[in-house]
Each structure stands twice: as structure tokens, then as C-alpha cells.
Design a binder for this molecule. Sequence first.
Ligand SMILES: Nc1ncnc2c1ncn2[C@@H]1O[C@H](COP(=O)(O)OP(=O)(O)OP(=O)(O)O)[C@@H](O)[C@H]1O
Ligand SMILES: [Mg+2]
Length: 608
Amino acid sequence: MANAVNSQVKAWRDRVKALKNLPPVLGIVWKAAPVVCATGLALRFLVALLPLAALAIGRLIINIVVAAAAHHGGPIPTAIWWLLAGEFAVAAVGNILNRVIDYTDARLADEFSREVSERIMRHAATLDLQSFEDPVFYDKLERARVQATDRISMLNALGRLAQQFITLISLSLGVVFYSPILFVILFVCVVPAFIGESHFAFLGYSLAFSLTPLRRQLDYLRDLATKREGAKELKVFGLGDYLRERFAGITNQVLTRNRALLKRRVIAGSALGFVSSIGYYGSYAWLVIRTLEGRLSVGDLTFLAGALQGTSSQIQLIFSTFTGIADQALFLTDLLEFFAVKPRIKTREVALPAPRHIQEGFEFRKVSFQYPGSERLVLNQLDLRIHPGERIALVGENGQGKTTLVKLISRLYDPTNGAVFLDGIDLRDYDIESLQHEIGVIFQDFVRYDMTARENIGVGRIEHLGDEGRMTEAAEKSRASEILAKLPHGMDQMLGRRFESGVDLSGGEWQKFALARAYARDAQLLILDEPTAALDAPSEYEIFLRFAELTLGKMALLISHRFSTVRMCDRIVVLENGMIREQGTHQQLLDSGGRYADMFELQASSYR
Ligand SMILES: Nc1ncnc2c1ncn2[C@@H]1O[C@H](COP(=O)(O)OP(=O)(O)OP(=O)(O)O)[C@@H](O)[C@H]1O
Ligand SMILES: [Mg+2]
């Protein structure tokens, strides 16, 4: 029990704290569209005063009508025309203003959504690769991404809150004027409903929060079962039912927990609503009796009944709007926490530009590396030099740290111990952007952009996307030009299946486009991580002859499991357990009869 109370207190504190999120987010909103914001607020202020105006005019009308009805057949008082016209004007103006407010709300929603999405993209681009490989961070990003743009209703709610507040004040002034006690009774009756509302809204948030991992699993299963990438394998393995059952199992868990909360909410909500009704109708009865006693006019009765009704509903509205806002403000925590994640790998205050002409090359000195949260030394005191103009092949069995080494050279990660140097200077002393400008990497799991052929090449050096000559040249070097010749729209052909008129390519064809990117990049160090895994033998052979020619005099790092490719390099480095097992030319390594010779023999014998 004490625990439950404690968690309630904490819940309250969290929620009050979450309101801190509002100013920075309001800042974003204001920046996104200042004029729309200001217009919306001004209009809401006007609209907020209309209910009081309508009631006040209504009171005058009824008093005149009651007086006139006392002597039948008398002349119609002229004032009544003016009052009717006034009542009509209030309604008409209210109608128009509300439409304009809808318009400003919609505009604001659009602008906010655009601003937040852009900021999320901008910020995501600055973050470490490590963040993206961390599931906890990924949950946060997911919540920020999906929910933050859904927080738009909160903005409108804030506007509404201001409006309801002004209406409440204006109406309650009317009620307080006649009887302060009436107002207090009403207020007290609404408080329980407010507490109930906010309590359940918080429980809803906690539930949604704790369900995020399950939801991610659901999204994954649904994607897996319905997307093209998985279709082939799922069909031949007959996995449809298995996936659906897993999906159903998790969905049941989610639904059961949601349902339990909804039920509690219905019961408590009804009970508290009942208390509020008692407050309102008790006050109303009191007013009716006073009118019958002749202490209030009929006009006063309608005015007060209207004002009471209005105050009561405004108080409830304000509380529920406020709860909604506090609830949504909690979600904003995700967004702001996401924005607060800072990259650890970043350019130092004083940083050097990368050398335009690399003189001494790259050097790993006693580099050890562990992935965050893992005990295993993926690289262990590794020493390796890449001299200018040297083409190195990195070979080794799966999981020996080849790709990891590439991530360290390109500063996607920093070493746990030791350091990587370029021309004798620690990589961490260079400006990252400038360093990465000199490095062209095509990873094993390179991206297949659902964009045009030109863009698939041009992303290698996006500044030169419009340079037709450069794109064509890169395509020729990688033999992507042969694929281009067969595409109906050539360079402008949309690739991939995601968009209309897109043409899908084979794995090897995609790889040729990835290679073209590497050539388009025209960097001082070219790194290809298994660039030919999907290529057929003739393509591979030819590409490597060209690669050897094209990279002559340049630094290149090539990771491959194919010895036909590897043997063309100046030096072959065999990586094992994060250390260099042996190195030398193809012939030297064969002659020494070590690990490389074994692996070569194994591959060669399978062709005999
Ligand atoms: N993001 C990561 N977080 C934790 N561990 C990782 C991560 N990426 C790789 N590893 C681990 O580091 C080790 C080396 O991985 P790496 O990708 O460098 O191997 P590789 O030599 O490129 O293998 P392959 O030939 O299969 O491409 C592996 O045991 C892998 O499990
Ligand atoms: Mg790898």
C-alpha cells in the first residue's frame, strides 16, 4: 500500500517535472511559425469571451420578454431587435473565428511536424554509430520519431487551455458576483474527476512506455511477414503461420494489459463524474428555488444557470485538457532526451584538416577495441601500417575484426586503447568531416538506395551529383555502365521496388553501383569490404583487374574471402582473433606455409 502511494507521488512528480518540457517545445513551435502562433492566440482570446457575451445578452432578452409577456399585446420593445441582432452577431462571429482557428491549428500542426522531423533527422545525422547499434537508444529514437510528431494535438490543446481559462474566468466572475459559495461548491465537486483523469492518463503513459519493446517486436514481425525482402525465404521455409502465431501471442499480451487499464478507467471515471454532476445539479436546484422565492429574475436564472453550466464544463475541460497536456508533456521527454544525446565521437575544438596529400599513411599502434557493453577484445594490441600508394588485402575468417578495423579508420568508433595515426597524428586530432572526405568506404551491408541510378552513384560524392562526366566515368570503372545501358531511363532510372517505375537489380548489379560510388568518391584511401561477394567470376576478375589499375599509386584496403581477388594486392594481412597472424605478398605467404597457405589450399582444392 505504502508502495502504491509512493509510486503515486512519484507519478505526480514526474508529471509536474514533465511540464518543464513545454517551454523548449513551445520555443520550437514559435520558431516554426511565429505569425501563425500569434494569430491563433489572438483569435482564441476573442472567442473565449463570446460565451459570457451571449449569456449577458440572453439575460437582457429574457428579462424584457418576461416583462412584456406580463401585459399581453403591448408594442414590441425596440431594444429587443438590437439584442437579437447582438446575439446573432456573437454566434456568427464565433462561427467564423472558430473556423479560422481550425485553420491556424492545422497550419501549426504542419509546421511543427515539419520542424520536428527535420530536427530529428539533423540530430540523428550527428550521432555516433554506436548509438544506432544500442537497442535502448533505438527505443528512444523510435519513441521520439513516432510520438513526437503526434504531439501536435498537444499544441492545439495548449491553445484551447488558454481559451478555456479565459472563458472560465469571465464566466466565474459572473457566478462569483452572485454567490461565491456557489462557485466553491462547484469547484470542489470537479477536483476528484480531475485527479482521476490525470491518474489514469499517467498509467496509460507508463503502460505505453513499458510496451515499447513489445511493440517493436510486433512491428518487426509484421514487416518481416509482409515485406518483399523476406517473402522468398518465408515462403520456401513455410514460416507464415509461425510468424503469425508469434505476432498473435505478443498482441494478446499487449491487449490484455490495455484492457485491464481501460476497465479500471471506465469504473473510476463514472464514479467521479457522478460526484461532479451532484455538485452542478445541487447548485442548479438552489438557483431555481431562489427564483421561485422571487429573489432572482428569470433572466438572472438563465444567466446563472448558463454561467454555472459553463463554469462547470470549463473546469472539467480545463482539467482534462491540462491532464492531456501533462500526459503528452511526458512523451516530450523522449524527444528532448533524444535531442540531449550528444555524440561522443566529434571534432575537437582545435582540429587539423586532413592532409591533402597523405605522406606517411595510416598506422594502428597497439590498438585494442571492445564494443561498448561487450567484454570481448575484437582487436587486441594490433599494429598495422598502410603506406601511401599501398594496396592491402585484409583476410580472415568471419568475426575476426575486419569490418571493425574499417570502422576505426573511418572514425565511426574510437579505439578502446592505443590509437590510429594518419601521417603521425592521432586521428582524433583531425576534423572528422575533413578526414572522412579523404576516405571512401563501401561496407559489406552497403545501402541500396531507392533512388535514381544517378543518385546511387552520386551519393559517393554528393557535391558532384550534377557532374555528368564524373558519374559516367565512375559507372564505367565499376562496370555499372553495362547495367545503365539496359535501363530504360539510363541514369534517371529509379532503382529498387519501393517506388513506382523502380527497377530492381540483382545483388551483383547493386554491388556494381556501390563500387561506382567508391570511384565517384575519389578519396585518398579506398576501402572495399567484400565488394565482390555477389559478383560472378568473370565480372569479379575484370573488376579487379581494373581496380588494380585504378588504385595504382593510391591507398586501398580490400577485404575479401576470395583469393583470386586478394592476390592482386601488394600486401596481404591475415587477421585472427583481433591480431595479425601473418602478412606478406601472396607468394611469400604461400611459401611460408602458414595459415594463409592453408586457407588458399582449401579454397583451391574445392575448385579441382
Ligand atoms: N555493433 C557491434 N556490437 C557488438 N559486437 C559487435 C558489433 N559488430 C561486430 N561485433 C562483434 O565483433 C566481432 C568482429 O566483427 P567484425 O564485423 O569486425 O568481423 P569481420 O571480420 O568483418 O567478419 P565477417 O567476415 O563476417 O565480415 C564479431 O565477433 C562480432 O560479433
Ligand atoms: Mg565484416
